[in-house]
Design a binder for this molecule. Structure first.
Ligand code: UD1
Ligand code: PEP
Length: 438
């Protein structure tokens, strides 16, 4: 089994470059379904397992996809006969596959997509996506684990989202591009990835107005053409390195990080005593000797992102004093904390809120990641632990972080990705020798 083994204690110092945003590239790849003319070229694409998954979803519906990992580009050709079905095999691997529904329905007048189901962080229903399609005139059928949507021609509608769901906003925005008339999405999600998708669609010839605000208006057009587009930097990867620098008393320049996209995190880290300098091409983060405690609540953008919650709890646990973390976006996103108990973390979960008793002195242990941010958080905990921490279930990490170990190692962390056979784990002596030779 592959494990990330971390020997804690080192300060992180140097420069790290963030990749393109996972949560931007996935809906943008799905949006290329809408281009019935020309070849799309996407640049600054991160090399992540989720990107391979969405590429396979598109290949499966007869779109040519050429991912050049060295160049970080994807070339997509959707000019052929696109088919209407996204199978369970892919959707079960990655819930974001549901965003092919809007573009398929818009282009073909029908779509059949496997229902995603829940995952380790929550139940993740898609009722808001479906209610929106219905408001635009689609007939929805749920059968044998699939959702089917039919509409000869979608029409514009005024849609109020009960919650500013990222996926529903993206799906409905794409669904509305060819609709008759104007669609208005109220209480829409405002994440930077929504803006990137809207910019991409507009470059293709769509008329999407107001992305980044809570009201998005989409005027239907007849046709969209393939274009070239560069994906925005990953604010969650950037944020993860910000926390890693903060907890290790580090001094790290995070190249390509956009401070504007990470405002709530930057503000909280400053409150904890971290020095953050916004530069033209990135953000410098200098961690103090001792972090101060702080209270955090996750919210839809521009609130504190749930995708930074797990990492932030590590900073709170090592800070001086008691902090709270309240998770309001997903109902079950504290799984990493139970693993952290094995590393000597001291906390108490009370419903949606966890009390994090600071001054934790983490001890290295073997811990399992339950989702991709939990994986990153456990590795960050390893950076400030005594002894060796082994993090397993790295398939989660690979969904959202490319070469995380190499990037951390370049900053001075002692971290190795190794394959340990069941019942044959490396002894401390063997680990000492392994880390010594690096
Ligand atoms: C690929 C991608 O971009 N993933 C992000 C996206 O996920 P995703 O798009 O799945 O997240 P949503 O914003 O849709 O979900 C937020 C909340 O709304 C609920 N909900 C959502 C849709 C719906 O129809 N009904 C409903 O009740 C969900 O169960 C959840 O509790 O936004 C999340 C919230 O910022 C992030 O954590 C994910 O990293
Ligand atoms: C929850 C996440 O992603 P997804 O919605 O793809 O599961 C995430 O990126 O932290």
């Amino acid at each position: 089994m592959e494990k990330m083994i971390v020997r804690g204690g080192n300060r992180l110092v140097g420069t790290v470059k963030v990749d393109g945003a996972k949560n931007a590239v996935l809906p943008i790849v799905a949006a290329t379904i809408l281009a019935s003319k020309g070849k799309t070229i996407l640049k600054n694409v991160p090399v992540l397992s989720d990107v391979y998954t969405i590429n396979n979803v598109l290949r499966n519906i007869n779109i040519d996809v050429d991912f050049n990992e060295t160049e970080r580009t994807i070339e997509l050709d959707a000019t052929g006969d696109v088919s209407w079905e996204a199978p369970f095999e892919y959707v079960s691997k990655m819930r974001a596959s549901i965003v092919v529904m809007g573009p398929l329905l818009a282009r073909l007048g029908k779509a059949k997509v496997a229902l995603p189901g829940g995952c380790a962080i929550g139940t993740r229903p898609i009722d808001l996506h479906l209610k929106g399609f219905e408001a635009m005139g689609a007939k929805i059928k749920i059968e044998n684990g699939f959702v089917e949507a039919y509409a000869e021609k979608l029409h514009g509608a005024r849609i109020y989202l009960d919650f500013p769901s990222v996926g529903a906003t993206q799906n409905l925005m794409m669904g509305a591009v060819f609709a008759e008339g104007t669609t208005t999405l109220e209480n829409a999600a405002r994440e930077p990835e929504i803006v990137d998708l809207a910019n991409f669609l507009n470059r293709m010839g769509a008329r999407v107005y107001g992305a980044g605000t809570e009201t998005i208006r989409i005027e239907g057009v007849k046709e969209l053409e393939a274009v070239t587009h560069s994906i925005i930097p990953d604010r969650i990867e950037a944020g993860t390195f910000m926390v890693a620098a903060a907890v290790t008393n580090g001094d790290v320049f995070i190249e390509d990080a956009i401070a504007e996209h990470n405002k709530p995190l930057v503000s909280k880290l400053k409150e904890m005593g971290v020095i953050i300098k916004e530069k033209e091409n990135g953000v410098q983060v200098i961690g103090p000797k001792h972090l101060k405690s702080t209270d955090v609540k996750t919210m839809p953008h521009p609130g504190f992102p749930t995708d930074m919650q797990a990492q932030m709890t590590i900073a709170q646990l090592v800070s001086q004093g008691t902090s709270t973390m309240t998770e309001t976006v997903f109902e079950n996103r504290f799984m990493h904390l139970e693993e952290l108990r094995r590393m000597n973390a001291n906390f108490k979960i009370e419903g949606q809120t966890v009390l994090l008793y600071g001054n934790s002195e983490f001890q290295g242990a073997e811990v399992a990641a339950s989702d991709l941010r939990a994986a990153a958080a456990l590795i960050i905990a390893g950076l400030v632990s005594n002894g060796y921490t082994r993090v397993t279930n790295l398939n989660h990490l690979d969904r959202g972080y490319y070469e995380f170990d190499l990037k951390l190692r370049k900053l001075g962390a002692e971290i190795e990705r190794v394959s340990e056979k069941e019942g044959n784990t490396l002894s401390v002596k063997e680990l000492d020798a392994l880390f010594l030779t690096k």
